[in-house]
Design a protein around this ligand. Sequence first.
Ligand SMILES: [Zn+2]
Length: 363
Amino acid sequence: MRLIIDAHEDIAWNILTFGRDPTRSVAETRAVEASTPIPLQQGEVLLGYPDYVRGGVAVAFATLHVMPERRKLHDWETLSYATQQDAHRLAQAQADAYHRLVDDHAEKFQLVDHQAALREVLETWSGDPPRAPRVGLVLLIEGADCVRQPDELHEWYANGVRIVGPAWAGTRYSGGTREPGPLSSDGRALLDIMADLGMMLDLSHMAEQAFFEALDRFPGTLFASHSNVRALLDGSPTPDRHLSEAMIRRVAEREGVIGVVPYNRFLKGGWLPADGRAVVTVELLVRHIDHICQLLGDARHVGLGSDFDGGFGLDQIPAGLDSIADLRFIGDALQRSGYKPADVDAILSGNWLRILRQGLPES
Ligand SMILES: [Zn+2]
C-alpha cells in the first residue's frame, strides 16, 4: 500500500469545538451531524480513522491551535483567547485531548514523539492490507501565544510537542498572516530554545520578514506544513499566506519541505464556495506541486499538508476528493501528468519521512 504523510490536521480543535470523534468513519460522523448545525458552520467532516486506513494515511502532524479573539468570526469558534493565559489553557486542553485519544484508542492512534515510535507506527502498515494500522500523530503548536514564556517550551516538549509554528495571526513572537512584522526579541529566544531542545520549526503563517529572519537564525529542521504557491494565486485575499519564489528557494536550500493544501481558496485566487467545487480540480493542486518542483529542479521539497477540517469541509475541497481517504488520488494525478512513481512516493510520504527522521529525537 502506498503510504501518505499529512503535515497539517487540526484534529483536537475538531474534538473540542464540535465534539467530533476521530475514531469514527467520515460516513458515520456525517450521519450523526446531519441534524446539527455543524455541516453549515464548518462543512461536512473529512477526517476519520477508517478513512485514514483506506487511504494509507499513516502519519499526521496534529495541531494545538487557538486563535486570538480579534480574529474570531463566528460564535461557535470557542477556542479563542484574549490573554496568553487563555491561549495556554486552550492549547493544553488540546494536548490532553490527543493524550486521551492515544490512551483510549491505542490500537488506532499513537503519539510519534521519537524515532522508535515512528518506526513502530510504520511497521503497523506493513502487509497488504495492513492488519492493525495505527495513525501516528506528531504534535505541532500552530501560533505560539500558548507558550507563556519562551522557556516554557521545556514543558511543551515534555508533553510531546515536537514542532512549533510561532505564528498564525501575529503573536507575541512573530508577525503572522495579515499581520506583517518581524520576529520579536522573545521570538528570537523562542527559536533558540527550540534549537536547544531539538524541536522542528513550522514556517507556515509567518509574516515574510519574520520568515526570513527565522531562516537566518534557526539552525534546526524546518518546513512549511501547509502553504501554497503565491505566484499561482492572483486574486487571493491573503497573498501573504502563501510562499513567494524566494521563500520556496530558501526552504529548499535548508532541505525543508512545503506541504501544499488541497483547499479551494488556496488553489484558485478569488474562489468562493458559491462558485462550486467543480471548477477546482486535483489538477490545480498538481500545478502547485509542479511549480515547486520545476522551480527547484527536483521533487524533494514538496509534500501534502491537507489542513482538512481546519475551518472548512467537503464543500471547499477539490472536485473528486471526498475525504482523507482520497489524498491518494493526488498521487494518481501526479502520475498522469508524468511524474515517476519514485517522485510520487517522495511527494506523498518520502519527503516528510526524511524530515521526521532528521527532526525527531532518538528517544
Ligand atoms: Zn493554518
